[in-house]
Design a protein around this ligand. Structure first.
Ligand SMILES: O=C(O)c1ccc2[nH]nc(Br)c2c1
Length: 161
């Protein structure tokens, strides 16, 4: 069975990678799918995020990066996925995740949402938190892959020609 792992990944964190690596042990193929959302102003472009994710999952032979827009259930069908993979960090994640899972179940009754609880060491982690730490010059090396840490540094320390 294939799974999709949809998200904004702005940027990808070790929390996301924890879910992806464990999902790769459960599913034949995991599509790490960046949602192209024109209503949001991400820090990194879709292309930048695709490249960041591709490098982060290069060690996983059955994971691949992708992007999509519109309904998650339509993208899942396009990728012939039987599951939507989601991570749960803390109880506060559950309410929105439950709403999305029930919506998707109503739209596509043959599509399951599979939740994995993140490892406790990453349960506090979010892309927003990482960007705030980087914004104020904090060390993010324990939160994101080194290439993502470098991209965050460049965001806040632009080279002046
Ligand atoms: O980085 C985020 O914003 C974010 C949100 C929701 C999340 N659920 N599981 C994980 Br890992 C996760 C990460």
């Amino acid at each position: 069975m294939n799974a999709i792992y949809p998200g904004s990944f702005d940027p990808i964190t070790f929390g996301h990678l924890d879910i992806i690596e464990r999902g790769c042990r459960l599913f034949d193929q995991v599509y790490v799918a960046v949602l192209r959302n024109p209503n949001k102003q991400p820090m990194f472009s879709v292309q930048e995020r695709l490249e960041q994710i591709a490098k982060a999952i290069a060690h996983l032979p059955n994971a691949q990066v992708d992007s999509f827009e519109g309904l998650t259930v339509n993208y899942a069908r396009q990728r012939q996925a039987g599951a939507i993979l989601r991570g749960l960090r803390v109880l506060s994640d559950f309410e929105l995740e439950l709403q999305m899972a029930n919506t998707n179940k109503t739209l596509a009754s043959d599509l399951e949402t599979v939740f994995l609880t993140t490892s406790t060491e990453y349960s506090f982690l979010s892309s927003s938190l990482v960007k705030e730490v980087a914004r104020f010059g904090g060390n993010v090396e324990h939160f994101v892959p080194s290439h993502v840490a470098a991209a965050l540094y460049d965001q806040f320390h632009p080279v002046v020609e």
